[in-house]
Design a protein around this ligand. Structure first.
Ligand code: ATP
Ligand code: MG
Length: 404
C-alpha cells in the first residue's frame, strides 16, 4: 500500500522523522487519496510538540498553537502540522474543555470523528488504520470511531458532518451512527450558525444534493432549517429533490432551489449568516422562478439582465431549467447571448450619454437626473439603434422639457 504524497508533505514528514519524531499524513487527505480523489489539503500529525515543530522548520505560523497546530510554510504552500493529541471533556457539546498531547498515534486517531477519517500514512509504516477505516471505505460506510452516542454527545457538529460526508462521497451511514443522530438531533442547536452553514453548503453542492433528505430523516432539519420539514411533508418534496438533482452544483443555484421550495429565502440565508453577495444572488433568483419567464420579450429579458448582471445570468438559467425541466431556458439563453454579442445596451452605464450631459441640458439635478436616464434607458432597451449621443441628447431635452 503506497500513497503518493506531494513533495512538500514528504519533505515535512521526513524532516520530522530525521529529528527522531513520528510523523504521518492524516485524516481527510489519506481518505481521499485511498479513494483516488484529489485531497483538498494535506494535514500532518506528529509526536513532536509545537515548539519542536517550530524549531525544525524556518517558516511557521502559530495557527492553533493551543490545540497543537503549527502551520509550516513551504514555498507558497502551507501545511498544518498538529501534535498527537487527546481531547479533554466536552462540556458545551462542541468544544473540548482542554486538549493534551499524547505520544500515541492510536490515541490521536481515536479522537477523530469517523473511521474513514481516522487513518494515517507515511512511506515507512504504510497505512495506520486501527479502527477499520479502509474496510469502511471499501464498503462505503460512514461510521463513528467508538460509540456514536458518546461521540455526537461530545461534538454535535459531527452529526452534520456524517450527512455531509455521505453526500460528498455517496456513502451510506452505518445503522448505530444513524440511530445516534436521530436520538441527539436537537443538540445541533449548540453549534454556531457559521459551522452549520459551512456543512450545509458542502452537502448541498455535493454530487448527491438530494441527500438533504437525510436532514429530515434524522430530525436535524427542524433545528438547522425550519421550513424544510413542511416541504418534506408535502407532495412538493419530490419536485424539490428532482430539481436539486437536475441542477449543476453551483452554490447559489442549489440554495435558490432549496429556498424556492421552503420560502423565506432571505430569512433563511440571514439566519445561516451567509454573506450578502450569496444572499442577494439567491434572492434575485428566487424572485424570478416563474414558468412565464420562458416567453418574456427581448426588452424584458434585458431588464432582468440589468438587475442580475452577467455574472448571475447562467445561474438563473440553470435555476429555471432545474425547476421547469431541461431545455426550458434555451430561448432565453440564445437571446441573451445575442444581446451580449451585439452589445445592446441594457444598463444606464452603457448609455451613450451620462448624468453630466443631462445636467448640462438644464435638468434640475439629483433624483431627476436618474429619472431622465431611466426613461431614456427604457427607450434604448426597446430600440437599441437609439443609443447614440446625437439621438439621446435631443431625447433627454424633450424629457426634461416635459417634466418642467
Ligand atoms: P474535507 O477537508 O474534505 O472537508 P476532512 O476530513 O479533511 O474533509 P477537516 O474538517 O479538514 O475534514 O478535518 C480534518 C480531519 O480532522 C478529519 O479528517 C478528522 O480526522 C478530524 N476532524 C475534523 N473535524 C472533526 C470533528 N468535529 N470531530 C472529530 N474529528 C474531526
Ligand atoms: Mg480537510
Amino acid at each position: 500500500m503506497r500513497i503518493k504524497m506531494p513533495e512538500a508533505v514528504s519533505m515535512i514528514i521526513n524532516r520530522l522523522l530525521d529529528a527522531g519524531f513520528e510523523a504521518y499524513s492524516v485524516g481527510g487527505c489519506v481518505r481521499d487519496a485511498l479513494l483516488s480523489r484529489v485531497p483538498y489539503d494535506w494535514d500532518i500529525t506528529t509526536s513532536a510538540t509545537p515548539d519542536k515543530v517550530k524549531s525544525i522548520f524556518h517558516r511557521t505560523v502559530d495557527t492553533g498553537i493551543k490545540h497543537g497546530t503549527v502551520t509550516v510554510l513551504v514555498r507558497s504552500e502551507s501545511f498544518e502540522v498538529t501534535t498527537y493529541r487527546v481531547d479533554g471533556k466536552y462540556l458545551d457539546g462542541r468544544h473540548p474543555e482542554s486538549v493534551s498531547f499524547t505520544r500515541s498515534l492510536t490515541e490521536d486517531l481515536l479522537r477523530r470523528d469517523f473511521t474513514i477519517n481516522a487513518m494515517a500514512y507515511n512511506d515507512e509504516s504504510g497505512l495506520v488504520d486501527p479502527y477499520g477505516g479502509e474496510q469502511d471505505l471499501a464498503a462505503r460506510i460512514i461510521r463513528c470511531v467508538g460509540d456514536p452516542m458518546a461521540r455526537f454527545g461530545e461534538d454535535a457538529l459531527r452529526m452534520l458532518r456524517a450527512i455531509r460526508f455521505a453526500a460528498c462521497l455517496s456513502f451510506a451511514i452505518e445503522d448505530a451512527t444513524m440511530a445516534a443522530i436521530k436520538e441527539l438531533a436537537a443538540s445541533i442547536s449548540a453549534v454556531s450558525a457559521e459551522r452549520i452553514c459551512a456543512e450545509l453548503c458542502k452537502l448541498l453542492t455535493s454530487d448527491r444534493p438530494e441527500l438533504i433528505s437525510l436532514l429530515y430523516d434524522t430530525g436535524l432539519s427542524e433545528y438547522v432549517m425550519p421550513g424544510l420539514d413542511r416541504v418534506f411533508e408535502s407532495p412538493r418534496k419530490d419536485d424539490m429533490l428532482a430539481a436539486l438533482t437536475r441542477s449543476g452544483s453551483d452554490k447559489v443555484v442549489r440554495w435558490a432551489i432549496l429556498t424556492h421550495f421552503t420560502g423565506s429565502a432571505r430569512e433563511i440565508m440571514r439566519s445561516l449568516k451567509f454573506d450578502n453577495k450569496t444572499t442577494d444572488g439567491v434572492c434575485l433568483l428566487t424572485s424570478r422562478s416563474d414558468a412565464s419567464y420562458r416567453d418574456i420579450s427581448r426588452s424584458d429579458l434585458k431588464k432582468n439582465m440589468a438587475v442580475l448582471g452577467t455574472e448571475l445570468l447562467p445561474a438563473w438559467f440553470d435555476f429555471l431549467d432545474a425547476l421547469h425541466g431541461e431545455g426550458f431556458s434555451e430561448g432565453l439563453r440564445a437571446t441573451s447571448a445575442d444581446i451580449l454579442t451585439k452589445r445592446e445596451c441594457f444598463r444606464m452605464s452603457e448609455l451613450d450619454i451620462t448624468g453630466k450631459d443631462v445636467l448640462a441640458l438644464g435638468c434640475p439635478g439629483g433624483i431627476v437626473v436618474g429619472k431622465v436616464l431611466g426613461d431614456i434607458l427604457e427607450k434604448v432597451i426597446d430600440d437599441p439603434s437609439l443609443n447614440e449621443r446625437e439621438k439621446l441628447l435631443p431625447l433627454a431635452g424633450e424629457i426634461i422639457g416635459s417634466l418642467t
